[in-house]
Design a protein around this ligand. Structure first.
Ligand code: PEP
Ligand code: MN
Length: 332
């Protein structure tokens, strides 16, 4: 159950009430919001005198639920707005990893040519093997910041663990929490204490319920700017890297109020399928797309097989706008 308390309650009083009632709490538009277990179906007697409004929810998908807010939340950063009434499907593109300044300059020239304002690239890479490229770390973040300052891009980059969460909050415009970190409560809770937009990727073995409950950790910390990212789940299939769960996307659209960004690159794992999947994603009426593109994919230090060449990416971009328009949206 979610409660909105009356406006005249002090922080101290709210904190005491929260502890006594086992509630997560945060302040929004001047009022304290309390979130109790979804098993609570009526306002507890101890909170009756304080509650202004209440919402009953079916499960611990609460702040993210349509039962709490029927409209998709609006999330804004830099020159971009998604969700709300914007009708925007935002393109977020760039290489898997930051490899060099030259590589990011080449990425910048492609994005500028195509009027794309959101650059993605990982500086801290949570790799499957310790014997592969682990990312440039803080030097990579500084290169991304250079692109932001020089060209006005917004930067989407991944936090790997609790040791780099502060640096990512400082340098990124959108904090990407990767599939392998979806359950990192240190990261989730810290991200609840900033107002920076968070792009939370679905763990490849996580159910939709588990995925959205991880988003609840960020929302219940007081950060309303959370976007969900479907990037493929593990199934019995081995011919593709993962399986993009478009049924899950329909579920998330129907039952949650969080903007949805889809990542066909990591789902497919092979460049040949990324353009078709991207078109299928845009046809789902989504808030954004995250696509990996590299100046020389064959030489990429991570995810070489799935990154598009510049020409493949240019061709893809030409086909997306009409599909977005056909479902009442525009690509931005
Ligand atoms: C990435 O975006 O480069 C990445 C590592 O993605 P994921 O967390 O989905 O594997
Ligand atoms: Mn990648």
């Amino acid at each position: 159950m979610i409660l909105q308390l009356r406006q005249n309650i002090s922080h101290e009083e709210a904190a005491q009430l929260a502890v006594a009632n086992q509630a997560a709490f945060f302040q929004e538009n001047g009022a304290y919001i309390f979130v109790l277990s979804a098993a609570v179906k009526s306002v507890p007697a101890a909170l009756e005198a304080y509650a202004d409004k209440s919402w009953i929810t079916d499960s611990d998908i609460q702040l993210a639920s349509k039962q709490y807010r029927n409209e998709v939340r609006e999330v804004k950063w830099g020159k971009t707005i998604v969700g709300g009434n914007s009708g925007n499907t935002v393109m977020i593109a760039g290489p898997c990893s930051v490899e060099s300044e030259e590589q990011l300059e080449l990425t910048a020239s492609l994005l500028k040519e195509l009027n794309i304002t959101n650059m993605r690239a990982g500086a801290f890479k949570p790799r499957t093997s310790p014997y592969t490229f682990q990312g440039l770390g803080i030097d990579g973040l500084k290169l991304l910041a250079k692109m932001r300052d020089k060209y006005g891009f917004s930067i989407v980059t991944e936090v790997r663990d609790a040791t780099n969460v502060e640096a990512i909050i400082e340098y990124a415009d959108i904090i990407q929490i990767g599939a392998k970190s979806m359950y990192d409560h240190g990261i989730l809770k810290r991200c609840g204490k900033t107002q920076k937009p968070v792009l939370l990727k679905r763990g490849f073995g996580a159910t939709l319920q588990e995925f959205v409950q991880c988003a609840e950790f960020v929302l219940s910390g007081g950060n309303p700017n959370v976007m969900l990212c479907e990037r493929g789940i593990r199934t019995f299939e081995t011919k593709t890297r993962f399986t993009l769960d478009l049924c899950g996307v329909s579920y998330l659209k129907e039952y949650t109020n969080l903007p949805l960004i889809l990542d066909p690159s990591h789902a497919m794992g092979y460049a040949y399928g990324v353009a078709d999947l991207s078109r299928a994603c845009v046809a789902m009426g989504i808030d954004g797309l995250l696509v990996e593109v590299h100046p020389e994919p064959k030489k990429a230090l991570s995810d070489a097989s799935q990154q598009l060449t510049y020409n493949q990416f240019r061709q893809l971009m030409q086909t997306l706008q009409p599909i977005a328009n056909a479902v009442g949206r525009q690509m931005v």
